[in-house]
Design a protein around this ligand. Structure first.
Ligand code: X54
Ligand code: ZN
Length: 661
C-alpha cells in the first residue's frame, strides 16, 4: 500500500494584508516551497495524490462551537478594517477574505487522509495544508490557526470508524493547546506534545503547557507535555524523549490510528523554535511511529517558517512514509541537562498512569518548571549573536535497488519481493581461501563454505547500498556470526551492532576498540558486565514477558543503537527463542531505523516460520500491533533498570534524569 499526498495550491491563496510582526512569518510560500521540493526530489510522483475537499459544517462542529463557526463564516465579506477588528479578539492570528475557504480545505484534507488510511486505500499519508490548526480552540482562532485540523480528524475518526484509541504526536515547536483542550478528559485520545516553553516565557505562555498538566478525570495520563526550557535542543534531545517517554507510553497505549501534528518549526533555522535539530531527524521520528497502529499514520502540516529547512524536513518525512530507510543520524552526543530535567519531570508526573514508567524515579523537588531551575545552569547569554545557523543538507540517498535479499538453503522458498542470493553467485576465491583458513579451519564442509562466502557477498552489496537488508538461514549460527562480524568490521569506518536474541555464548569477544557492540537478550542471569560493548539484557521466563521485552528494546537497545550509530545491524536468533512473530517484527522494524536500514538477520535453518515475517519487516512493512501492553514483569523491570543505571556512565543516551551523579 502506498503513501497519500494531499496538496492544493488554493491553500496558498491567502496572506497577511496589513502589518503585524507576530504573523508575518506565516506566508503562502511555506506550501509552495514544500510541494516543489517534493516534486523536484521525485517523491511526489511516488505518492498517491489525493484531492482536497472542504470540511462540512458538521465536520467543523465536531470541535468548534456554532457561534465561532458562524463568526468565521462572515469573514469573506468583511472589509479590511472589519477583518483587523475581528482578529484583535484573538492572539497572533490574521484573517483574509479567502482564509475561511482555505481553512475548510485544510481540515477537509486531514479528513481525506483519515478516510483513505482507514479504508485501506493507502498505508499512510501527508497533507500539506495552511492555515495550520493545533492552536485553534472551540471558540477561538489562535497562532495562525482557524480550525483545528487534527482535532477534527480525531473526532471524525472516532465517529465514523469507531476508532478506539488515537495517538496524536505533536512535534511542532509550539504547544497545541487547542488539541489539549479538546481531549483533556478523553482517554481515547493520547496527546503528546513537546514545545518551547522557557519557564512559561515563550508563546503561548500558558501554565497549562507544563509537564504537570496530565489530563483531567478519565483523561488523566492521556495528555503528555514536554516543555523545552532552553532553546538549542538537538537531535539527541528529541530521540531521548521518543525512546524514554513517547514510545514506551505509545506502545502501552497501542493506538489504532496515529495522527501527527507535523510542525517543522522544531527544526534548525526556524525563527520561532530556535532549535538545532536537523531535518533528517524527522525521518527518524516518522520511522519510530510507523510500527504503531499497523502503520496507519496521517501527518498534517502545522508550523515551519524557515523556507530552507521546512522543505528538507517535509522531504525527510515523506520519503520515510514511503518506506525508504532513514539516513544515519549525524553526531548524536546525548541529551542536554535541561532536556533531561524536562524528561525526568514528565516521567515522574506520569509514572502513576503508565506501567512502563512505574519505575521512573520520583523527583520530590520537581517543582513546575515555571520556577527558575535549581541547577543554576549558566543562562544562555541573551546577546548570543543571532548569527544565521547553517547545517549540512542530508545527502540524497536513493533507496537500494534490492530492498531485501534472502540467503536460504537451496530448497528454501524465497519470500516474494525478496531477492534470492543463490549459491551460483560467483565466489571470490580469495575470500573463499580466507574463510577456509580463518573460520573453517580444515573441515571441507563445502555447504558452510558456500553459505559463508555468500554472506560476505551480501555484506559487500549492502555496504555498496546495492542491497538494503538481508536474511539468512544457516546451519551453523556461530560460524556465520563470526564470519559476518569479521568481514563487516574489517572496513575501517565500520561499526557493527550485533543484537543477539536467545541464550548461548556469544561466539566472539568484543574488544574495546568499539568496532562491535553486542546486546544480547538472554534468560540467563548475567554476572558483572565485562565490557561496555557486551551488554547482556537478562529477561526472565523465555521472553514471554512481551512488555518487558518491548520496554528493554525501546529504552535500552534503541538508545544504545542510536548513540553507537552502527554501519550494519546484525540480528541473530539463536536457539528458537520462542519470541512471537509480532514481537520479532517490531524488533526488526525498529532496528531498521539504524545503519540506513542495513539489517542482516541470521537464523538457524530450522526457523523457516520466521522467514516470512522477517522479510516483511526488512521490506519496511509495518509490524502488526501488539495490543495494549500490561505491566512488565517486575524482575525484568528491575534488571533492565539496574543495567541502565550501570551503563549510563558509558552511554549518554541511557540517561533519563538531570541528576547525572
Ligand atoms: C502552527 C504554529 O504552531 O506554528 N503556530 C505558531 C504561532 C506563533 C505565534 N507567535 C508568533 C510570535 C512571533 N515571533
Ligand atoms: Zn509551531
Amino acid at each position: 500500500m502506498g503513501t497519500a499526498l494531499i496538496y492544493d495550491e488554493e491553500m496558498t491563496n491567502y496572506k497577511l494584508l496589513w502589518v503585524d510582526p507576530a504573523c508575518k512569518i506565516e506566508v503562502p510560500e511555506r506550501l509552495t516551497v514544500s510541494y516543489e521540493a517534493l516534486v523536484k526530489s521525485g517523491l511526489a510522483d511516488r505518492c498517491v495524490s489525493l484531492p482536497v475537499r472542504e470540511a462540512t459544517d458538521a465536520d467543523i462542529l465536531l470541535v468548534h462551537s456554532e457561534e465561532y463557526l458562524e463568526a468565521v463564516k462572515k469573514t469573506p465579506y468583511m472589509t479590511l478594517e472589519d477583518l483587523m477588528d475581528f482578529c484583535s479578539q484573538y492572539g497572533d492570528v490574521y484573517f483574509h477574505p479567502n482564509i475561511y475557504h482555505c481553512a475548510k480545505l485544510a481540515a477537509g484534507s486531514a479528513l481525506q487522509l483519515v478516510d483513505s488510511v482507514m479504508m485501506g486505500k493507502v498505508r499512510n499519508g501527508m497533507a500539506l495544508v495552511r492555515p495550520p490548526g493545533h492552536h485553534s480552540m472551540r471558540n477561538a482562532a489562535s497562532g495562525f490557526c482557524v480550525f483545528n485540523n487534527v482535532a477534527i480528524a480525531a473526532q471524525y475518526a472516532k465517529q465514523k470508524y469507531a476508532v478506539e484509541r488515537i495517538l496524536i504526536v505533536d512535534w511542532d515547536i509550539h504547544h497545541g493547546q487547542g488539541v489539549q483542550d479538546c481531549f483533556e478528559d478523553d482517554p481515547r485520545v493520547l496527546y503528546f506534545s513537546w514545545h518551547r516553553y522557557e519557564h512559561q516565557k515563550f508563546w503561548p505562555n500558558l501554565r497549562d503547557s507544563d509537564f504537570d498538566r496530565v489530563g483531567n478525570e478519565k483523561g488523566a495520563g492521556f495528555n503528555v507535555n514536554v516543555p523545552w526550557n532552553k532553546v538549542g535542543m538537538k537531535n539527541s534531545d528529541y530521540l531521548s524523549v521518543f525512546c524514554h517517554l513517547f514510545l514506551p507510553v505509545a506502545y502501552e497505549f497501542c493506538p489504532d490510528l496515529v495522527l501527527v501534528c507535523a510542525g517543522f518549526d522544531s527544526a534548525i533555522g526556524d525563527p520561532e523554535g530556535e532549535m538545532c535539530a536537523t531535518p533528517d531527524i524527522f525521518a527518524h521520528l516518522t520511522h519510530l511511529l510507523m510500527n504503531l497502529a499497523g502503520g496507519k499514520l496521517c501527518a498534517v502540516l502545522e508550523g515551519g517558517y524557515n523556507l530552507t529547512s521546512l522543505p528538507q524536513s517535509v522531504c525527510q518525512t515523506v520519503q520515510t512514509l514511503l518506506g525508504d530507510p532513514a539516513p544515519r543520524p549525524a553526531n548524536l552526543d546525548g541529551p542536554c541537562l535541561s532536556a533531561l530535567e524536562s524528561l525526568h519531570c514528565v516521567r515522574s508526573a506520569h509514572k502513576k498512569y503508565w506501567s512502563c514508567l512505574k519505575h521512573a524515579a520520583d523527583l520530590p523537588t520537581c517543582e513546575v518548571s515555571t520556577k527558575r531551575n535549581k541547577v543554576g545552569e549558566e543562562e544562555i547569554n541573551e546577546e548570543q549573536s543571532k548569527q544565521e545557523p547553517v547545517w549540512r543538507e542530508c545527502p540524497k540517498t536513493l533507496p537500494p535497488d534490492i530492498s531485501a535479499a534472502a540467503l536460504l538453503p537451496d530448497d528454501g522458498i524465497c519470500p516474494e519481493r525478496c531477492y534470492s542470493l543463490k549459491s551460483s553467485e560467483d565466489l571470490d576465491p580469495s575470500i573463499v581461501n580466507k574463510l577456509k583458513e580463518h573460520i573453517l579451519k580444515d573441515t571441507e564442509d563445502c555447504e558452510t563454505l558456500s553459505t559463508l562466502s555468500r554472506l560476505t557477498v551480501l555484506i559487500d552489496k549492502m555496504e555498496k547500498n546495492e542491497i538494503g537488508s538481508g536474511l539468512a538461514l544457516v546451519k551453523d549460527i556461530s560460524k556465520a556470526v563470526i564470519c559476518v562480524v569479521q568481514h563487516a568490521a574489517a572496513a575501517p569506518m565500520n561499526r557493527v551492532l550485533v543484537v543477539y536474541v536467545g541464550d548461548g555464548v556469544v561466539p566472539f569477544h568484543t574488544n574495546e576498540d568499539g568496532k562491535t557492540l553486542v546486546v544480547q537478550f538472554t534468560t540467563q542471569k548475567s554476572e558483572e558486565i565485562q565490557s561496555k560493548y557486551l551488554i547482556p539484557v537478562c529477561l526472565q521466563k523465555d521472553y514471554s514477558d512481551i512488555p518487558g521485552f518491548i520496554q528493554a528494546t525501546l529504552s535500552l537497545l534503541l538508545p544504545l543503537g542510536y548513540e553507537y550509530d552502527p554501519s550494519l545491524v546484525v540480528v541473530v536468533q539463536t536457539s528458537g527463542c520462542g519470541l512471537s512473530h509480532n514481537v520479532w517484527q517490531q524488533l526488526i522494524g525498529l532496528l531498521r531505523g539504524l545503519a540506513q536500514g542495513h539489517t542482516l538477520v541470521l537464523m538457524q535453518e530450522d526457523q523457516n516460520a520466521y522467514v516470512g515475517p522477517t522479510a516483511s519487516s526488512l521490506l519496511g512493512d509495518p509490524a502488526p500491533p501488539l495490543g495494549p501492553l500490561e505491566a512488565p514483569l517486575p524482575e525484568n523491570v528491575e534488571s533492565t533498570e539496574k543495567l541502565r543505571l550501570r551503563l549510563k556512565a558509558d552511554w549518554n543516551f541511557l540517561l533519563t534524569t538531570g541528576n547525572v551523579k
